[in-house]
Design a protein around this ligand. Structure first.
Ligand SMILES: [Zn+2]
Ligand SMILES: [Zn+2]
Length: 388
């Protein structure tokens, strides 16, 4: 018996240390930037500090100072680094390494759909699959601040920005290995979290600084899966209704704070034929006349998960196929058209951003907001792992 208790004690201590306090925040995080884009040419311009251009043997090839630019360009099968139109190097396995106390730069790709972006930290440049592959090695808290801006925008309450920073930080730490096979921690797209460069917004930077190192954990001190969405439409969703896993802190809640916010309501019109074709082709479902009548008058006063009474068609598939803002909608038929009246914006699991924004303005604390959207969550502080 004693051995058994010792073993249980050992296992719980191990999981306790392994999952929270034994964990630290890396000082630097590697983000794959412009991921999913084909980059054939871009300019790198120093905006602050100075940069050493180093090869993969850590040899310094060049030093660049503020407002000087070098260009990376693909010419056929050849990849060049140029300054003032003359080729400096043709070997592309390069690190642009900041050498001053604070270093930042701007990247300006020639792709028409992309605008220039500013970054802190270092840049690794490689060639992968015939175009440039870029990794920003960025101080962790600078990544958090940039992501707060891209995931939530401007002019929000300080408490909301702190809440957003805490859940972005937690999400990043929980998913650090997501892209390990590609040579970086996280990508810069919504797949991980949107990070289209650093922020220069003072209110965001100071909010991130005020909650530096703070993360949210469950009762067992495990980092939470801090998913979030723009607006829940008045009712959040259980995790298992969207994904297969039922998490005890991702439970459905009635939210009265977001129902007058910009993302609360939406309308869409689809063709009745398009819906019936979709049901038939995707699920082999041919509704009877009576069932079709039910679908044409489909109502949700509180959230439902299926479109049909037989519970074959999950609403998330309908949302996905027709590009709808949420699964929380009702239907009115009008001849060959179906008018959809919807509530909310996003998947509805976890924190509702617009509900949290309004709660912050109404004087709720960070703990109150986080505990409302993540049941029994607590905030703890993790220290940064200093680089040696
Ligand atoms: Zn990703
Ligand atoms: Zn909400």
């Amino acid at each position: 018996m004693r051995m058994k208790y010792l073993f249980i004690l050992f296992v719980s201590l191990f999981s306790f240390f392994n999952n929270s306090f034994g964990r630290t925040i890396p000082e630097i995080i590697d983000i794959g930037i412009f991921s999913g884009e084909t980059i054939n040419k871009f300019n790198f311009t120093v905006t602050h500090g100075r940069y050493l251009v180093c090869n993969n043997k850590h040899e310094k090839l060049l030093e660049i100072t503020p407002f000087s630019t070098i260009t990376f360009e693909r010419k056929g099968y050849q990849f060049n680094i140029l300054r003032n139109d003359s080729v400096l190097f043709t070997e592309i396995d390069i690190k642009l390494q900041g050498a001053a106390f604070h270093n930042s730069f701007i990247l300006n790709p020639s792709n028409r759909n992309l605008e220039l972006r500013g970054y802190d930290g270092d840049l690794k440049v490689n060639v992968k699959n015939g175009s440039f592959s870029l990794v920003n090695s960025v101080p962790f808290e600078s990544y958090v601040a940039g992501t707060v801006q891209w995931e939530s925008g401007f002019n929000h309450h300080d408490i909301f920005y702190q809440v957003q920073a805490i859940i972005i930080r937690t999400y990043a730490l929980r998913n650090l290995n997501r892209h390990s096979g590609e040579g970086f921690h996280l990508c810069d797209r919504v797949h991980c979290q949107a990070y289209y460069g650093k922020t220069t917004e003072a209110s965001i930077i100071s909010a991130v600084d005020r909650c530096r190192g703070e993360v949210v954990v469950d009762r067992n001190n495990h980092l939470l899966n801090t998913v979030y969405h723009a607006n829940c439409g008045g009712e959040t969703v259980n995790s298992e209704d969207l994904w297969s896993e039922a998490l005890p802190y991702l439970r459905s809640n009635r939210d009265t704070y977001c129902t007058d916010m910009p993302g609360a309501h939406w309308k869409a019109t689809i063709k009745a034929d398009d819906l019936s074709n979709f049901l038939q082709q995707r699920f082999g479902y041919n509704p009877s006349e009576n069932e079709w009548k039910g679908i044409k008058g489909f109502r949700q006063s509180s959230r439902r998960h299926h479109l049909d009474p037989g519970e074959r068609i999950q609403l998330r598939h309908v949302r996905e196929h027709f590009g709808l803002r949420s699964t929380y909608f009702s239907i009115n038929a009008d001849g060959e058209y179906l008018h959809l009246t919807g509530k909310g914006y996003g998947h509805g699991v976890g924190l509702c951003q617009e509900g949290a924004m309004r709660r912050a303005r109404h004087g709720y604390t960070r703990e109150e907001i986080l505990k409302f959207y993540y049941w029994n969550a607590s905030i703890i502080y993790l220290e940064t792992e200093e680089a040696w």
